[in-house]
Design a protein around this ligand. Structure first.
Ligand code: ZN
Length: 104
């Protein structure tokens, strides 16, 4: 009879990971930018605190461009982006560094 009920002493801190909807790269949640569908609006949620369906993107211009192309983000959020929402996200992405400048 097994009584394998040791308390779960964490060997190391659990780091939540998420997948970028654009490049499919898996990263620590805090290294990605969360976009959330919150009360009918699509918002950027840097702290990851807003309630709602979220999607994650790398903080790189390329990922935002790819994620906003087509309906990938809308699909992930299961909502339709309004023109203003999309515009806001495009603007946000434009201000991000290029992946090439950041990596290698
Ligand atoms: Zn990415």
């Amino acid at each position: 009879m097994k009584s394998d009920t040791r308390p779960q002493t964490a060997r190391r801190k659990h780091i939540p990971q998420r997948t970028c909807i654009a490049c499919r790269g898996v990263k620590a949640k805090r290294e990605l930018v969360r976009v959330v569908s919150h009360q009918g609006e699509v918002l950027i949620d840097p702290r990851g605190k807003l309630a709602g369906r979220g999607a994650y993107l790398c903080p790189y211009r390329e990922c935002w461009e790819a994620g906003l192309k087509g309906n990938r983000l809308e699909h992930a959020l299961r909502t339709a982006l309004t023109l203003e929402n999309r515009q806001m996200l495009v603007e946000y992405g434009r201000n991000l560094p290029s992946r090439r400048d950041t990596e290698g």
